[in-house]
Design a protein. Structure first.
Length: 201
């Protein structure tokens, strides 16, 4: 597996997450952390913290695909041996994990590669609602993931309400923002572990 594969070609870097080509082999094991209501189709195992509480899934119910195994547990204590997985896949979960440094240590331990998608910290500051459960700001700079804990003072109720009146109230704006301009607000990283990180105050 090569981290400079099709994923980062300009025309494909922000294609639908489930359409990205990770050049996985048939027997490669893949773990989806927090797949929730829309798991990564190639994942063999899905690790979910909440089975009944869907508040962190924007009210959507847990849905596991046929053939996938569901494990209820925490990302900071993954119940598998070292390098058990070829890849860990995690889409819009890092911003929700209370002990993200420990979770990343676990990902580095159990997997050879890691893919993660998450909102860019500066964008998330003005868009995320308090009810979403975002507890981390995240920035990907020069191959290092910078993590900053979020407080209740770090939410902007005014800007988030304005943004969502546009985002969810206007089909064309939503389509443009979710598809054509996705790189403006979302980071996607794909690395060979260890995934390097730094906690900032």
């Amino acid at each position: 597996m090569n981290t400079s594969i099709k994923l980062f070609k300009p025309e494909l870097a922000y294609a639908g997450l489930h359409n990205l080509d990770f050049t996985l082999n048939k027997n490669d094991l893949v773990l989806d952390i927090g797949g929730g209501q829309n798991t990564f189709p190639r994942a063999n195992i899905v690790l979910e913290k909440f089975s009944d509480d869907n508040s962190q899934r924007l009210g959507r119910d847990l849905s596991i695909r046929e053939g996938q195994q569901l494990i209820i547990g925490d990302a900071d204590n993954i119940p598998f041996p070292d390098k058990h997985f070829r890849m860990v896949f995690s889409s819009h979960v890092f911003e929700h994990i209370e002990n993200l440094p420990k979770a990343i240590d676990e990902i580095n331990r159990v997997s050879e590669y890691c893919f993660a998608a998450f909102p860019k910290g500066d964008f998330d500051r003005f868009v995320a609602k308090r009810t979403w459960g975002h507890v981390n700001f995240l920035w990907w700079l020069d191959g290092v993931l910078f993590i900053k804990k979020r407080t209740q003072e770090d939410f902007s109720d005014f800007f988030s309400s304005v943004q969502h009146s546009l985002w969810h109230g206007n089909y064309h704006y939503n389509e443009h923002f979710e598809s054509l301009e996705r790189d403006v607000w979302e980071t996607r990283l794909f690395v060979k572990t260890p995934l390097l990180y730094k906690v900032i105050k």
